[in-house]
Design a protein around this ligand. Structure first.
Ligand code: ATP
Ligand code: MG
Length: 386
């Protein structure tokens, strides 16, 4: 129901107007004992004000301020005046009024003017809403555009590097194959494979990001033996660590705090989550340190945590860490695109879970992921395909 403020000093008019208007609208009226300035300072919202000449002279500054505050939405003021008073109003006072009606007031005329003014307000409110929505759409489009530009720069840079490396090694292998030892040849082939994998992973990330922006990532929850899943993932990372020609590699330790861990989750998204967290923990750790990967399953949720004693993340960077392409200030020459964590966050959101970071620069970081689960009995797990 529309709200109408009645600012009428003349008593008899006030009584009559209240009687007529209260049938169709909610009428706001300062009561007779109340100081009118106190009432106005309460800043109550309303859709239309009806005011007489006396009240207009006293309150025109308040009216101007009120209209300004609602701009660009129209807040209509209807003046009820006598024919003689119309001449007395100054041009400035006119600017605060949207319509006037000459007393004696006809009930039907009053109602028609009130309805017209209320419609103007409604229209301007609708326009403002569309304007705000357009603004939001424009902002989103600009953000998407900036993201696409960053993506193109990133692809140009991050694909060209491994491609140049592959080109270089294949040229060396072709030119010097007869003089290279088997060991050296194998090392170059391993590095070439790693470069191809890094391009493949980058393209996967970009595709996943694109699909998530258009809301097209499929969520497919299947029964999973979590302990087995995590053990396999850890083994994969451990064999990757062994391949690295490091004297003091990072040690990855898996700790499972739950006996039975049969749950329904999306295996492919979970792999993205844990894979990115583990690869970060290893990548941003100094040699000869440990990374702890822990799993805990409760009745309602599964909690993964990945803890390292690496370079840590400066406090100032922590808030934007899950934005695409954002990298902390202390990464130095450690390579990366800044896509991993934004993908992790999207995959966690798709599960309806949450990710929490606790980190101190120079000390280390812990990422904790909590996902809600539907626990299942062991017999329900489908046997592996032969
Ligand atoms: P990539 O897309 O190849 O994973 P990235 O590792 O730089 O690149 P994210 O995984 O998104 O990107 O991580 C974003 C940033 O967060 C990193 O650049 C790094 O600054 C910081 N970060 C993430 N994990 C850690 C960690 N375990 N220790 C220290 N810094 C981290
Ligand atoms: Mg990463």
């Amino acid at each position: 129901m529309s709200q109408i403020l009645l600012l009428v000093e003349q008593k008899e008019n006030r009584r009559l107007l209240l009687e007529w208007l209260a049938v169709y609208y909610e009428v706001l009226l300062p009561n007779s004992t109340e100081n009118i300035d106190d009432f106005l300072s309460l800043n109550q919202s309303f859709d239309l004000a009806i005011i007489d000449g006396q009240a207009l002279k006293i309150h025109w500054q308040w009216i101007a301020a009120k209209k300004q505050a609602e701009h660009p939405v129209c807040l209509p003021f209807l003046l009820i005046t006598s024919r003689s008073d119309v001449k007395m109003a100054t041009q400035f006072i006119w600017q605060t009024i949207d319509d006037l009606i000459i007393a004696p007031v006809e009930k039907i005329e009053l109602q028609a003017r009130v309805e017209i003014l209320l419609r103007s307000r409604q229209l301007s409110l609708t326009l403002k809403l569309s304007h705000d929505q357009l603004d939001l759409a424009l902002q989103t489009a600009q953000e998407l555009n900036e993201m696409k530009t960053s993506l193109l720069y990133m692809i140009a840079h991050d694909v060209r590097n491994p491609l140049n490396f592959i080109l270089g090694t294949t040229q060396v292998l072709t030119k010097y194959k007869s003089t290279l030892t088997d060991e050296k040849t194998q090392e170059m082939l391993d590095k070439t494979q790693a470069a191809v994998k890094s391009i493949d992973r980058l393209l996967d990330d970009v595709l996943l990001l694109g699909r998530s922006e258009s809301g097209k990532i499929a969520f497919c929850s299947i029964p999973l033996d979590l302990a087995k899943f995590c053990n396999e993932l850890v083994a994969e990372f451990q064999s990757g660590l062994k391949l690295k020609p490091q004297t003091d590699p990072v040690t990855l330790i898996f700790v499972n705090h739950s006996e039975s861990a049969m749950v329904c989750l999306d295996a492919s998204l979970l792999r993205r989550i844990l894979g990115n967290l583990l690869s970060n923990a290893i990548k941003y750790s100094a040699p000869n340190t440990q990374v702890f990967f822990e799993l805990k399953v409760t009745e309602i949720e599964v909690i993964f945590s990945v803890k390292d004693a690496g370079i840590g993340i400066p406090l100032a960077d922590q808030e934007r860490l899950f934005d695409s392409f954002y990298r902390a200030a202390n990464v130095g020459i450690i390579p990366g695109t800044g896509l991993g964590l934004s993908i992790v966050k999207k995959c966690v959101d798709l599960h309806g879970g949450e990710i929490v970071l606790s980190s101190e620069e120079g000390v280390g970081s812990t990422f904790t992921v909590t996902l809600p689960i539907a626990k299942i009995e062991e017999e329900q797990v489908l046997p592996a395909m032969p």
